[in-house]
Design a protein around this ligand. Structure first.
Ligand SMILES: Nc1nc(=O)c2c([nH]1)NC[C@@H]1CN(c3ccc(C(=O)N[C@@H](CCC(=O)O)C(=O)O)cc3)CN21
Ligand SMILES: CC(C)C(=O)C(=O)O
Ligand SMILES: [Mg+2]
Length: 249
């Protein structure tokens, strides 16, 4: 059954939490069928589905379109919708756009970085918020690991704590040393979901295209459980040949 962030918080320290991204209806349907409790409609859609070289090209309209499809496929799964780049620079925009993400079918919204007042304002509207620290691709100029030196690590810990104090009910921490992922998980009372943040976080999130082996590049911390792009190539080639040689239909 679809759970709220508040209900999902009970898993901390009890069960590991799995989360996958999804961007369309049939993939979301299979993820729900597998019993994954949380689907993230990430702005990574811009890179892995739309062919942009950054998540900064993703708009509110893109996010809404994808969230609507995912909700049709997964009516009973908690859906987190990413707020895209520049959609929460002002408090007014943050609240307006969070409401639009929820109206599209998400159960909570996620935003990147130390936007404490935006988190507070969105929570004040009764909308659950997921925070995101570590590597934050909307602002990043490279996708290198962050938090490797002591100052940077301390800043990430402080931002994470303040985002939870501002009202965020869950945290995603991306591409940081395993020891920092573990420390943040230990120090926060809410679930910390890691991606490239080691094995000691409360849960793990993976981009579904990386897990399926769709695309031609996958981050070093990801795992390919299948190689679907190879299958697409095989199928398309076979179909072409069969049409050519009148073997199909
Ligand atoms: N397919 C995909 N999977 C993701 O997990 C993902 C995206 N895209 N796009 C949005 C962000 C960006 N992410 C990424 C993407 C690449 C690296 C990566 O390859 N890092 C290398 C090289 C970095 C560099 O030299 O610029 C590394 O060794 O850290 C890391 C995180 C995670 N997110
Ligand atoms: C990588 C995850 C955490 C994300 O924000 C996304 O898929 O957009
Ligand atoms: Mg994202």
């Amino acid at each position: 059954m679809k759970q709220t962030l508040k209900q999902l918080q009970q898993f901390k320290g009890v069960n590991r939490i799995s989360m996958l991204t999804a961007y369309n209806c049939p993939i979301a349907r299979s993820i729900e069928q597998a019993g994954i409790p949380i689907i993230l409609v990430g702005d990574s859609v811009g890179m892995v589905e739309m062919g942009f070289s950054s998540t900064r090209d993703v708009t509110m309209e893109h996010m809404i379109y994808h969230i609507e499809g995912v909700r049709r496929g997964a009516p009973n799964t908690h859906i987190i919708g990413d707020l895209p780049h520049l959609s929460y620079e002002s408090i007014d925009d943050a609240v307006t756009n969070a409401k639009r993400i929820i109206a599209a079918g998400a159960d909570s919204v996620k935003l990147e970085g130390p936007y404490f007042d935006a988190v507070k304002a969105i929570c004040a509207q009764g909308i659950e918020v997921v925070a995101h620290t570590g590597l934050t691709p909307q602002k990043a100029t490279s996708f290198k690991k962050v938090g490797k030196d002591e100052n940077e690590a301390q800043q990430i810990i402080e931002d994470s704590k303040k985002l939870i104090e501002a009202g965020a009910g869950m945290l995603v921490v991306e591409h940081v040393p395993a020891q920092l992922g573990a420390q943040i998980s230990n120090e926060l009372t809410v679930p910390v979901i890691g991606i490239g943040a080691g094995g000691e976080t409360d849960g793990q999130v993976l981009v579904i295209n990386d897990a399926l082996g769709i695309g031609d590049y996958w981050p070093p911390f990801s795992k390919q459980y299948a190689h679907v792009s190879d299958t697409v190539l095989k199928v398309a080639t076979q179909f072409k040949d069969e049409v050519q040689h009148k073997q199909f239909p």
